[in-house]
Design a protein. Sequence first.
Length: 456
Amino acid sequence: MTTSSRKRWQRFRSLAEAAERKLIVPTPRMVLLAAVSGLVVAAGYALGAGTAVLLLVNGLLVAAAALDLSLLPRRRSLRFERSLPKQADIGQPFEVKITALAERPVSVRLELQDDLPQSFGLPDRLCGTIQGRSAEWRYQTAGSERGVFAFRFLRIRLLGPLGLWQKQTKLAMEQTVNIYPDLSGVRGILGSMQNHLTLEGKRIYRRERSGTELHAIREYTPDDDPRYINWRATARTGTLMTSVFRPERGKIVTVMIDCGRMMGIELNGRTKLDAVLEAALSLAAVALKQGDKVALLAFSSKIKLYVPPGSGLTHLQTLTAAVFDLQSDFVEASYSNAMQFLLKVQKKRSMTVLFSDMDNYMFDEAMRPLLQRMSRQHVVLLIGLRDEVLHRWTVAKTTGRRQAFIRSLSHKLALDRQAYTAQINAMGIDAIDVAVDDLAWTAVNRYLDVKSRDAL
C-alpha cells in the first residue's frame, strides 16, 4: 500500500467512525413492511386501483415511520454509566454493571454492546427496556492475561416503539481494570493456621527448631530438649517450664524474577512468567507473615523494577501492584547486570531467591563466578522451571526408532540438567529444577528450611 492510499484509508476510516457514532437506520421490521407495501401496491395496480393504493400505502408507511421516529428519545436525553472493579484476578469472573439514566420518564427499548479487550470473554449483546428514569444491566467477564486493560466506549442502539427505526451511537467511556496474577495461593497462606501453612492443597508444617529469639515460655513436655528448661520460670511457678525459641525476625528475603524471552513460553495455558509471579508472591506472603522483610528485583537485559525491602501486609500489596503488569521481553536476560545491581543496593545479608528457566542457568558461562560472589554475602537459592515436554519424553513409551532416539536424547538432556544442579550444589549454592505446579510450595519449603536452620 502506498503512502497516498494509506492517507486516503485514514480519511475513509474516520468517516466510518463518525457514521458509527451517530446514525439512524431502518430495522428489519421496516424493511419487511416496505416489501409488503410494495406487494400491496402491485396488487392494487393489478386490480386497476394502483394510484389510490400507492398513495394510501405510502402515506400510511410514511406516517408510521414519522411517528416512530418522533417517539424516539434524543440521544442527549439519556446518560450511561459503567461500574466495574478496579482489579480482578486472572481467570476469575467479575461483574460489570451498566446503568442508563433518563432526564424524564421514558419507555424505550435498546441494545447495548460494551467494548471489551480482546483477551476477555465476550458476553451476549445486552437488550432491555427503560421504563421510567433508569435501568441497569449486568454481565460477567474474565481476563485471561495480566495487565492494565481499557474499556474505551459503549455502543448503544435505541429502538422506536413501533420497531421501525433505530438510533445507534457510540459513547466514549474510558475506564480501566487491573488484572492481577492468581492470588488464591497467597490468600490461602494469609488465612492459614499459625502452626501450619496450606498452599495449593499441600500442607507445609513449620519446623520447630531452636532459634536465637525467645518466643514463649510454656510447660515442659517429655519431647522437649532438657537444655532449654527455664529454671527461673520453674522456680516461680512450681512447674517445670521450658523456653521456646524461634528464628530471628526482620531478615531480608530478595526475590529475583527473570523476565527474558524464555519466560514468555506458555506452559499449561499460562506463561512461565505467570507461574513465577504467583510463586514469588506466595513466597513473599510467607516471609512477611514470618516477620521478615521482602525485596523484589525484576530484570531482563536491563533492570525492569526494584522494590526495596519492606515488611507487613501493606508491603505485600505494594509488591503485587508493582509486578501485576510485568511482561517478558524478547531479549536474553542479563544475570550479570541483575546480580551486580543487587550487590550494590543490598548490602545486608539476605536470602536471595532467583526464579528463571533452568536452561538459562546451564548455558550462561559467566553465571558461576557471579553466584560464588553472591554466595559469600547472601544465601542463594536458584529455582529453575522444569521442561515439561522434555520430562514427558523421558517417560514416554517407544514404538519405533524415531521415538527411541527422541527418548534417549531427552534422557541425555535431563541428565545434563541434573549434573548442572549437582555442580551448583557442590559450590554450596542451593539449586533445584521443579515442575511448574510445584513451584510455589517448593520455594516456600526451602525458605522455611533456611529459617529453621538459622542460616540467615
